[in-house]
Write a protein that binds this ligand. Structure first.
Ligand code: NAD
Length: 407
C-alpha cells in the first residue's frame, strides 16, 4: 500500500455499531448506501453471529415455528466488503475516551458510535424472577422454554402432578398475550402427543393492571380475551404477582399458584450497558435528543429499546418496538452521513403504521391507521408486517427464505 493510501485509510472516520438487532442491522445496511468504503470504516459488533426476529420469538417458544425461521446469519444481511462484523459482547462505553470495552477484554475505538443493544426483562423488584421463571426472549430462551414445555407434558403421565401442566404467564402486555396465543393453540396437539387429558392443562395469564393489554382498544381486548378463554386460558386481572418461587407464583394478597412453568412477560428495561457507561437514563433508557444523539455526546447515537422518545401528543414515551427501531436506524444512517459529509441532521419522527398482535393460528387483533382488525384479516396483516421486516433487513431473497404465508 502506498503512503498516501495508508494516510487516507487512517483518516477515515470509524463508525462503530453495537448490536445486531433491528436498529443495528438497519443502521449498518443503510449506512453503506449513504457512505462509501472510501469515506468511512463501519464496524458492527454483536453477541451472536446471527440476527433474530425478537417479535417472532413467542412462536418458537411455544413450539409453533422452528426457531431457525426466526434467525439469520448477520453476514447474510450485511455486505462484508463494506461492514466489518465482530462477534463480541459490548460491556461498557467510555465516552470520554471514545472506546468500547468488550467482554473478552478487547477495546474498540470509535469516532461515531451507535448504541443499539436492546433490552432485558423488567422485574419491577419482584423477587425470584431470574431464578425461577422463563424470562429470556432470545433464541436460546425460546429453545429452552419449548423443550421444557414438552418435557412437562412427557412427565405428567408418570407422575401426574398438576404443576407440570400448569402454565403461568406473568403480564398481559403484547408479549404475554402473543405467547399464550401460541401456547393455547398448541396445547391440544401436545395433549394428544403425550396422552394428557385437555382438562388437566391449566393456562393462566396474570396481569397487575385493571385490564389486559392496558391502553389498547377495549373492543379488541375483549375479542382477544374471549378467544383465549375459549381455548382454556384463565385471566387474573388486577392481580400483581409479588414473588416467583421454585413452586410457582405468589399473588398480592398471598394466594399461591403452583407451576413448574412461569413465563415472565411484564415488560422490558434498557440494556445495563447504558447504566454502566454513565449515560443519564431512566430504567436504562436514554432520553435522546431529537436527532437521536445522547444529550451531551455529539458522537453517540442511541436507538431501539435503549432510547427514550416522548410522544408529545400524549406526553408519554413511545413503546420500544421493532417498528421504531427500524425507523431510527434509517434516520441515524442519514444523520451520520450528514455529520461526515456535512449537512443538516434530521429530527426523528416515528411513523406509526399500527399495532397488530397475533393470537395463534389464524387469529390476531390490531389497529392499522384508524382501522380495527381482528380474526383472519388481522392475522393476514400480522404476517405481512413480519414479511415486511424481513424485506427491510434482507430484501426479497430473505422473504422467500424465511417469510410467512399470510393465507
Ligand atoms: P408491556 O409493558 O407492554 O406489558 C407488560 C404487562 O405486565 C403490563 O400490562 C403490566 O401491567 C404487567 N405487569 C407488570 N408487573 C406485573 C406483575 N408484577 N404482575 C403481573 N403483571 C405485571 O411489556 P411487553 O408485553 O413485554 O412489551 C414490551 C414492548 O414491546 C411494549 O412496548 C409492547 O408494545 C411491544 N410489543 C409489541 C408487540 C406487537 O406490536 N405485536 C408484541 C410484543 C411486544
Amino acid at each position: 500500500m502506498k503512503k498516501m493510501e495508508v494516510m487516507t485509510l487512517a483518516m477515515k472516520p470509524n463508525i462503530l455499531i453495537l448490536g445486531g438487532g433491528y436498529g443495528g442491522i438497519v443502521t449498518a445496511t443503510k449506512l453503506t448506501k449513504e457512505l462509501g468504503v472510501n469515506e468511512v470504516n463501519i464496524t458492527l459488533v454483536s453477541k451472536h453471529e446471527y440476527h433474530y426476529q425478537t417479535t417472532w420469538l413467542h412462536e418458537p417458544a411455544a413450539g409453533t415455528l422452528d426457531v431457525d425461521r426466526a434467525r439469520m446469519p448477520i453476514n447474510s444481511l450485511i455486505d462484508e466488503n463494506k461492514v466489518k462484523f465482530i462477534q463480541g459482547e459490548a460491556e461498557q462505553v467510555h465516552p470520554e475516551e471514545k472506546k468500547v470495552s468488550l467482554a473478552n477484554g478487547e477495546q474498540l475505538e470509535y469516532d461515531y458510535l451507535v448504541v443499539s443493544v436492546g433490552a432485558i426483562p423488567e422485574t419491577f423488584g419482584v423477587g425470584g424472577v431470574f431464578e425461577h421463571s422463563f424470562n429470556k426472549w432470545t433464541v436460546n430462551g425460546a429453545r429452552e422454554l419449548k423443550e421444557h414445555t414438552e418435557y412437562m407434558f412427557a412427565k405428567y403421565n408418570n407422575d401426574p402432578r398438576d404443576e407440570y401442566v400448569t402454565f403461568i404467564v406473568a403480564g398481559a402486555g403484547f408479549t404475554g398475550i402473543e405467547y399464550i396465543g401460541e401456547l393455547s393453540e398448541r396445547v391440544p396437539e401436545l395433549c394428544k402427543k403425550y396422552d394428557v387429558p385437555l382438562n388437566k392443562v391449566k393456562m393462566y395469564v396474570i396481569e397487575a393492571a385493571p385490564s389486559a393489554l392496558p391502553g389498547f382498544d377495549p373492543e379488541l381486548v375483549e375479542y382477544a380475551m374471549n378467544l383465549l378463554e375459549n381455548r382454556g386460558v384463565e385471566f387474573k386481572i388486577n392481580t400483581p404477582i409479588s414473588e416467583v418461587t421454585a413452586e410457582g407464583v405468589v399473588l398480592k394478597g398471598g394466594e399461591e399458584i403452583k407451576s413448574e412453568t412461569v413465563i415472565w412477560a411484564t415488560g422490558v428495561r434498557g440494556n445495563p450497558i447504558i447504566e454502566k457507561s454513565g449515560f443519564e437514563n431512566m430504567r436504562a433508557r436514554v432520553k435522546v435528543d431529537k436527532d437521536l444523539r445522547a444529550p451531551g455526546h455529539e458522537d453517540v447515537f442511541i436507538i431501539g429499546d435503549c432510547a427514550l422518545i416522548i410522544n408529545e401528543e400524549i406526553n408519554r414515551p413511545y413503546p420500544p418496538t421493532a417498528q421504531i427501531a427500524i425507523q431510527q436506524g434509517e434516520t441515524v444512517a442519514k444523520n451520520l452521513a450528514a455529520l461526515i459529509k456535512g449537512g443538516q441532521l434530521q429530527e426523528f419522527k416515528p411513523d406509526i403504521k399500527g399495532t397488530v398482535a397475533s393470537l395463534g393460528g389464524k387469529e390476531a387483533i390490531g389497529v392499522v391507521g384508524d382501522k380495527k382488525l381482528f380474526g383472519s384479516s388481522a392475522s393476514f396483516m400480522k404476517k405481512m408486517i413480519d414479511n415486511r421486516s424481513l424485506w427491510i433487513l434482507g430484501g426479497t431473497g430473505l422473504v422467500l427464505k424465511k417469510g410467512k404465508n399470510p393465507f
